[in-house]
Write a protein of this length. Structure first.
Length: 222
């Protein structure tokens, strides 16, 4: 069967890794060959414990996980990863799947649930979706980290002004709240916009929301 891959698959697959956990060596070998054929990196393990002892990939990755494993089950391992704050998108595979098991896996955040024997293309499609999900998560976390770095680089006064500006207060109100002159507030506001790289007030408000910045309940009282 011809394996379809999107035209930009090579670019999207760069540095992407598929982690495979299955106690059947023949399954591990077959999946290793399948994923490498479309330019993906692969790390295969015979058990969940083997995976936990390995170093996780730095780039985008996903987990192809057999439901029935020696020791901890695939579903239990999914829950264990969540408790450990490891956010790997999971694709389950099983030769003994049933509807309740599938529903439980999907509710716990699995990308897909494939019953053996599955088509190669179905697996590739599921992995593509999982890797895209992980890329979006990583991009979001990186953007959040960059915003936090910029915010932390503000002076204490600039952080106060940003908090009040993004809460909707006017310069006059902020001046009264902080005991400053309006011109001083304008200067701090300009510094905040420049340091945060905000192109507009709306842009700055979105940054504040992403950072979870909220004005104190007393803000705005004059």
């Amino acid at each position: 069967m011809t394996r379809r891959t999107p035209p930009d698959a090579a670019a999207r697959n760069e540095a992407a890794t598929v982690l495979v956990v299955d106690d059947d060596a023949s399954v591990r070998d077959a999946l290793d060959s399948l994923f490498r054929s479309v330019g993906l990196r692969v790390a295969a393990f015979a058990s969940a414990r083997d995976l936990l002892q390995a170093r996780l990939p730095e780039g985008a990755s996903c987990l192809v996980l057999d439901v029935r494993l020696p020791g901890v089950s695939g579903l239990d391992f999914q829950a264990e990863l969540a408790r450990a704050d490891i956010h790997l998108p999971v694709i389950f595979m099983t030769g003994h799947g049933d509807i309740p098991m599938s529903v439980k896996a999907m509710k716990a955040g699995a990308v897909d649930f494939l019953t053996k024997p599955f088509r190669d293309q179905d697996m590739l499609d599921a992995v593509t979706a999982a890797l895209e999900r992980d890329r979006r998560r990583r991009d979001g976390e990186q953007a959040q980290s960059q915003l936090r770095t910029l915010f932390d680089a503000l002076t204490a006064r600039e952080r106060e002004v940003m908090t009040l500006v993004t809460a909707g207060l006017m310069n006059k109100q902020i001046a009264a709240e902080l005991g400053l002159s309006e011109i001083t507030v304008k200067i701090h506001r300009g510094h905040v916009m420049r340091k945060m790289g905000a192109r507009s007030l709306a842009d700055l408000v979105r940054m504040a929301e992403a950072l979870g910045i909220r004005a104190k309940a007393s803000a705005g009282k004059t």
